[in-house]
Design a binder for this molecule. Structure first.
Ligand SMILES: *[C@@H]1O[C@H](CO)[C@@H](O)[C@H](O)[C@H]1NC(C)=O
Ligand SMILES: *[C@@H]1O[C@H](CO)[C@@H](O)[C@H](O)[C@H]1NC(C)=O
Ligand SMILES: *[C@@H]1O[C@H](CO)[C@@H](O)[C@H](O)[C@H]1NC(C)=O
Ligand SMILES: *[C@@H]1O[C@H](CO)[C@@H](O)[C@H](O)[C@H]1NC(C)=O
Ligand SMILES: *[C@@H]1O[C@H](CO)[C@@H](O)[C@H](O)[C@H]1NC(C)=O
Ligand SMILES: *[C@@H]1O[C@H](CO)[C@@H](O)[C@H](O)[C@H]1NC(C)=O
Ligand SMILES: *[C@@H]1O[C@H](CO)[C@@H](O)[C@H](O)[C@H]1NC(C)=O
Ligand SMILES: *[C@@H]1O[C@H](CO)[C@@H](O)[C@H](O)[C@H]1NC(C)=O
Length: 829
């Protein structure tokens, strides 16, 4: 099956490589798009606030489903002299580029009298892309601009829909602006701590794709009003004066923000917001702002900071208090978050107002700490659910997992995350490993860009101490690495990620290798580097990627691996590199079997066993013959290490064992869970977590299990596979996947069981060509013949060949197909 025709397929060793859209360094400067600026009810274009608004009478780039043209020549603003009036549900259909981003929509309403009807009196609803954004909206007497931010996912068009209230005057609109924002305006998959007036709720919420945003307040603290022309995203910001509740000793300050990849960008908030601040001048009072909000409503609260007050190096421990209401306290440590003064950043919270009709935030000093206390900006946005979600209640037991997951993205390691224990999901845990009770301060909120690396990984970065207990024979001189990679020739880069770059290199003896060079200040730190070397120099297996050497000279963190020509498994399923031919079911099973062998060896092969902790489709690499090898042992753990010192969760979104999250119980069965998700990726050819999908579909495991249990698996399968899989093989596979994804480790199979089942599924698939037995009298449960098979205890199986022998023997168990075939023949058609 493997041929050498895919010479372009050089992407390899993409260790944890997940080039997130928020990796700001590789991101081009955002430019406000040309589209859409629409002058409603007009044939002509008009310049207004720096943009050309195009008449909607004969549109070419969008469509309008109806409405009447109306004039209001009395208006003193040209754009408001025309409008489109709707006496029934009407929409504008606009195009989107489907790039998983957000659209900012700004609607202009300037009331007037139309055919004797006073439109100030109209009430109507507005929805955009299935988000109900305004309901029973009444413009009032003066012009109003309403803006919204909507996650647009992979949609290539969306509708702005107006529905007049029953018995009310018609709906109308004077102008529409709709343009895509930077895709990292809300960071994908990053969760945010949730706060109520009573304090921390203990939950974290992923807001990026689940909600529409209706901005309520944008405040330029300590500064003046900012009009649309001064904000790239055409937002307006107002001074904070009116909202200061307890006006204590504070003063306006101004300075110069310095934008770096460590913090937020000038599209997160305009430079003018970061340029001004209020600084608290007394260390014995708090400064409080109070905003009127609706009760029982969820808001995203985003606080913007830029410490231009501290000089020189900022002490990472210096900080001040930021309160949401009175009970939630977050210590803001600029030196820890962005490392240097003048670099802007923001911190997000989700606030549930519950019974309160105000949202209060305060800043205050920490005694004995001389960090200046300040605030630059605030945004408060109402979170609006998608109608699909609302229909569904969004309350399925399982679906909570998508929401209430997990802490902060560690920039460099892509989606590997590190979470200080933040929550307890209220489920049973073993007595020996009690759940850790949430402490508000321990929830890691999100800061600026995700290239902010976490507390746990970064502090060792600058130390270049010699590595302990490492296999020195694997140590390469830096000069050799330079030689192998032609001094890190950019042309040899075959992979890139938060950790740095991977180069294709050639050793003096002609051996082709992959050279992964950790970059300072990025992602994987020294602990991961050391772990990877320790693990890989200790074990060797046909299905684990081979470490050829490392280099730690000059505080470099370089790893040299065997070259894996065909890249990651993910690339072949749905990755960027669409040029790979589709894999057949046989090939997919063979790849899974190889990976299972590698993991089985990892779990049982060396003393005490090793837990990989980051099993995912980007960590399974394929060589030129499509032989799979497991890679990336940076966060793996020796099983015999005492757990007590571990107090944070590591792993990747979408693959994390729920029991591990709940109970901090990390076992080899956590890898089995993650591998179960990989098996679903193999079947369905989609990512483990896709936050651009509706909430119910975002998490692959939840979504697929639901379909499997409802016997609707064809609906989720890779369409390429439909009709090609022997139903018995599929059934065996699904049954095993379901067991891998059980809630508790005890219910999950071990890797050797998985191996056995995969081999069996392959066997059944290969039998396809042979005539199927038919036995209409047999309708026994599927599990019956399987349970009769006696298995060897898995701990007696430590190497590849005995595994092989065993599984061959087992797979030749007679005539299971007799049982299966009749049951499944109908489904196959
Ligand atoms: C136009 O009129 C509105 C009141 O209808 C007023 O608030 C606004 O300031 C005026 N704008 C200009 C540019 O004169
Ligand atoms: C969005 O995707 C299209 C192609 O699908 C591409 O041409 C365009 O440049 C992308 N836009 C952005 C902002 O990335
Ligand atoms: C329209 O109605 C609003 C309030 O209902 C009122 O304030 C306004 O004066 C009316 N406008 C006209 C032109 O009648
Ligand atoms: C507008 O509504 C107000 C109260 O809702 C009513 O008093 C007024 O008569 C209405 N005006 C018109 C023109 O319908
Ligand atoms: C701070 O600046 C704003 C805007 O320039 C101004 O309105 C306000 O009076 C200033 N406050 C103080 C305390 O100087
Ligand atoms: C600041 O506010 C917090 C929360 O309300 C409160 O606990 C603290 O005592 C206040 N500090 C001062 C100096 O008033
Ligand atoms: C918020 O501040 C206001 C004062 O503006 C106060 O009346 C209210 O009780 C505070 N709300 C909460 C929930 O603390
Ligand atoms: C804060 O205190 C440290 C030592 O405690 C001192 O070195 C530093 O200069 C102080 N910073 C300011 C801004 O006062």
């Amino acid at each position: 099956m493997a041929t050498s025709t895919f010479s372009f397929s050089l992407i390899i060793l993409l260790f944890s490589l997940f080039i997130t859209s928020s990796h700001s360094q590789s991101q081009p400067q955002y430019v406000l798009p040309q589209r859409y600026f629409i002058n409603c009810g007009s044939q002509s274009s008009i310049e207004y606030t720096g943009r050309t608004f195009i008449g909607d009478e004969n549109p070419t780039q969008f469509s309008v489903s109806g409405g009447q043209v109306a004039n209001n020549l009395a208006s003193n603003t040209s754009i408001y002299q025309t409008a489109r009036v709707f006496d029934k549900k009407t929409w504008y259909e606009l195009q989107a580029d489907g790039n998983n981003t957000f659209v900012m929509v700004r609607l202009h309403f300037s009331p007037f009298t139309f055919n004797g009807i006073n439109l100030s009196n109209s009430t109507f609803d507005v929805s955009i892309s299935r988000f109900a954004l305004l309901s029973g909206f009444n413009v009032g007497d003066v012009p109003v601009v309403k803006d919204f931010i909507i996650p647009i996912g992979s949609e290539t068009s969306f509708r702005v829909e107006f529905t007049p209230g029953s018995g009310s005057s018609p709906a109308f609109v004077n102008a529409i602006e709709a343009f895509t924002t930077p895709s990292d305006l809300f960071r994908q998959g990053v969760s945010v701590p949730s706060v109520s007036p009573d304090g921390d709720t203990g939950n974290t919420i992923i807001v990026s794709s689940s909600y529409g945003f209706v901005p309520r307040y944008r405040i330029n603290v300590g500064g003046d009003a900012i009009v649309v022309e001064r904000d790239t995203l055409r937002r307006t910001w107002v001074p904070d004066e009116a909202y200061i509740f307890a006006s204590q000793a504070a003063t306006n300050r101004s300075g110069t923000p310095v934008f770096t990849s460590a913090g937020s960008s000038s599209t997160d908030a305009p430079t003018d917001v970061y340029r001004t601040a209020q600084e608290l001048t007394s260390r014995s009072v708090n400064l409080t702002w109070s905003f009127k909000v609706n009760s029982n409503q969820m808001y995203l609260l985003r606080a913007h900071f830029c410490d231009f007050l501290s000089q020189g190096l900022v002490d990472p421990n210096a900080g001040f208090n930021f309160f949401v209401y009175t009970h939630h306290k977050k210590v803001i440590q600029p030196g820890n978050i962005v490392k240097q003064p003048q670099v802007p950043f923001y911190v997000d919270f989700v606030v549930n107002s519950v019974a309160s009709e105000s949202l209060n935030v305060s800043i205050g000093a920490i005694s004995g700490n001389n960090q200046s206390v300040f605030l630059n900006g605030l945004e408060i946005m109402e979170l609006v659910e998608n109608l699909d979600m609302a229909d569904n209640g969004g309350s399925g037991k399982k679906s909570n997992k998508v929401y209430i997951v997990v802490g902060c993205v560690v920039g460099g390691v892509g989606l590997v995350l590190v979470l200080l224990l933040g929550f307890y999901i209220g489920s049973k845990c073993g007595k020996t490993k009690p759940a850790v009770v949430a402490k508000p301060d321990n929830v890691v909120p999100s800061y600026g860009r995700s290239s902010y690396t976490s507390i746990n990984m970064d502090f060792t970065m600058n130390h270049a101490s010699p590595l302990p207990n490492l296999n020195l024979s694997l140590r390469f001189p830096f000069a050799d690495i330079l030689h192998a990679t032609n001094s890190f020739d950019e042309k040899l880069v075959i992979g890139k990620g938060g950790f740095g770059k991977v180069y294709k290199g050639t050793l003096p003896d002609g051996m082709v290798v992959a050279v992964k060079r950790g970059e300072k200040g990025h992602g994987q730190g020294r602990p991961e580097f050391v772990t990877e070397i320790m693990v890989l120099s200790k074990i060797r297996h046909r299905h684990l990627v081979t470490l050829i050497g490392y280099c730690d000279e000059r505080s470099e963190m370089i790893l040299v691996y065997e070259f894996m020509e065909k890249g990651t498994l993910q690339d072949h399923l749905y990755g960027e590199n669409k040029n790979y031919p589709k894999l057949s079911w046989n090939q997919r099973l063979e790849i899974c079997i190889s990976a299972t062998r590698g993991l089985h060896y990892l779990h049982t092969g060396s003393d005490g066993g090793i837990i990989h902790r980051d099993v995912k489709s980007t960590n399974i690499l394929l060589n030129e013959n499509y032989v799979a090898k497991v890679a990336d042992f940076g966060i793996s753990r020796l099983d015999n290490v005492d757990e007590s010192e571990i107090s944070y969760i590591k792993g990747s979104f979408g693959y994390l064992d729920p029991e591990y999250i709940r109970c901090m119980k990390l076992t080899q069965k956590s890898d089995v869970y993650s591998f179960g998700v990989v098996l679903l990726e193999v079947l369905c050819a989609r990512p483990a977590l896709d936050n651009m999908l509706p909430q119910r579909e975002a998490n692959l495991a939840d979504w697929a299990i639901r379909h499997i249990q409802n016997e609707k698996v064809e609906a989720i399968m890779d369409s390429y596979l439909v009709g090609t899989i022997n139903p018995n093989s599929l059934r065996k596979f699904l049954n095993m996947v379901e067991r891998c994804l059980k809630d508790t480790g005890d219910e999950r199979p071990s890797m050797i069981d998985v191996l056995w089942d995969l081999e069996y599924a392959l066997k059944l698939q290969q039998m396809e060509k042979e005539p199927l037995y038919e036995d209409s009298t047999m309708n026994t449960s599927l599990e019956l013949p399987m349970s009769m098979i006696h298995r060897l205890p898995s701990n007696s199986i430590n190497n590849d060949s005995s595994v092989n022998d065993y599984s061959v023997a087992a797979a030749s168990y007679p005539s299971e197909s007799q049982v299966f075939s009749q049951l499944n023949i109908d489904e196959a058609r």
